[in-house]
Design a protein around this ligand. Structure first.
Ligand code: ADP
Ligand code: MG
Length: 252
């Protein structure tokens, strides 16, 4: 059975369709990269899975538990609040903007959510936070405030913070787009490391070389539709759709 099942997702903003029948089925441990031009609906699609947007029609099932379902011609019907919350806890999200709490140290930024949301004691979460900060290479920065960090370091803290909640899937929306080019590598390496540990991930990115290297599957989205999907080598070396080819050429 699929770990993530998103079927025939439809979503409009003010009557304008942004997602037109988009489906994605993912196995546990799979890494999917979503590429495509700006405005094609990539963020909206990710935000629907992360419950930051509500879908109009379609079905989302996570690890066998329905988040939202649609039957017949009716609108999408969401599961109860408790189920929504339980599924939300499984999602780790990292965005272009880091959104760290500026008045908290790196250490407190990592501890706050597990404490507040999960009611964990700091003695429980501290060993996890230490391990995560070491993993992203920022253990030395634990007592520093975000303002003193580079963009790449902030983003690595944001990744550690998301991981501290022990999510079963990580959603990345252009995690390196706000970074100076020389800082993207350290963030991409962190994500690459998660892929090697078989973290289930959906990554929206403009980093084509990275997508090719890290993803098990590439989805090319344009105009609210999945235009083409397949293994990285098939998509990058031999795109079937002229649309995909034109996009990839434009990214060179
Ligand atoms: P992408 O991430 O591929 O650049 P988005 O999902 O951000 O695309 O946006 C897809 C379309 O939906 C765009 O035309 C965008 O302007 C529109 N859109 C996104 N969010 C909103 C919103 N909250 N309200 C109205 N329109 C939106
Ligand atoms: Mg976007």
């Amino acid at each position: 059975m699929s770990f993530i099942e998103m079927k025939q997702i439809e979503k409009s903003f003010e009557g304008l369709p942004v997602l037109k029948n988009v489906s994605l089925s993912m196995a546990k441990g799979e890494v999917v990269a979503i590429i495509g031009p700006s405005g094609s609906g990539k963020s909206t699609f990710l935000r629907c899975l992360g419950q930051l947007e509500m879908i109009d029609r379609g079905t989302i099932v996570v690890d066998g538990t329905p988040l939202v379902q649609t039957t017949g011609e009716g609108p999408a019907v969401y599961s109860d609040k408790k189920t929504q919350q339980q599924l939300l806890l499984q999602m780790g999200m990292v965005f272009q903007q880091f959104n760290l709490f500026p008045h908290m140290t790196v250490w407190d930024n990592i501890l706050i959510a597990p404490q507040m949301v999960k009611g964990m004691k700091s003695s429980e979460i501290a060993p996890v936070a230490e391990q995560l900060l070491k993993k992203v290479g920022l253990w030395e920065k634990r007592d520093v405030y975000p303002a003193k960090l580079s963009g790449g370091q902030k983003q690595r803290v944001a990744i550690a913070r998301a991981l501290a909640m022990n999510p079963s899937i990580m959603l990345f929306d252009e995690p390196t787009s706000a970074l100076d080019p020389e800082l993207t590598g350290e963030v991409l390496r962190t994500i690459q490391q998660l892929a090697e540990e078989h973290m289930t991930m959906i990554i929206v990115t403009h980093e084509m070389a990275f997508a090719r290297q890290v993803a098990d599957r590439i989805i090319f989205m344009a105009d609210g539709i999945i235009q083409e999907e397949g293994e990285p080598e098939a998509i990058f070396a031999n795109p079937k759709s002229p649309r995909t080819k034109a996009f990839l050429d434009s990214m060179l």
